[in-house]
Design a protein. Structure first.
Length: 117
């Protein structure tokens, strides 16, 4: 499966970047917004707005890499949608990353291709 290890690496990077940003925004900045009533002024409000915008743009890249790996692995529609939606639920992309990596490594071993990592 030529290119599968590269697609997996791209997916894993985006899963972690998207997952970390979503976790930080959801666990730290979302509660801060309501505790300190950030209403559009100040550094916290700016970081909050920029953080969510960054997550939105990075999520688009995450979906592109998720679709790439899903098509290469010939996942079902349900599994493809589940992998893509994992970037919208805090910490879910880490679990999706683990499951996708495990299935890619299993496929590569089955076909006799050396598995990265």
């Amino acid at each position: 499966m030529k290119g599968l290890s590269g697609a997996l690496l791209r997916y894993r990077i985006m899963a972690w970047v998207t997952g970390i940003l979503l976790a930080v925004m959801s666990v730290i900045f979302l509660p801060l917004k309501y505790v300190f009533s950030m209403t559009g002024e100040g550094i916290l409000a700016t970081v909050y707005a920029v953080g969510w915008q960054a997550h939105g743009w990075l999520y688009i890249l995450y979906v592109a890499t998720a679709l790439d790996i899903s098509f290469r692995m010939r996942y079902s529609v349900v599994r493809t949608v589940a992998v893509a939606l994992a970037g919208t639920i805090p910490f879910a992309s880490f679990f999706a990353d683990h499951l996708v990596a495990r299935s890619v490594h299993a496929r590569m071993e089955q076909q006799g291709t050396p598995s990265p990592g």
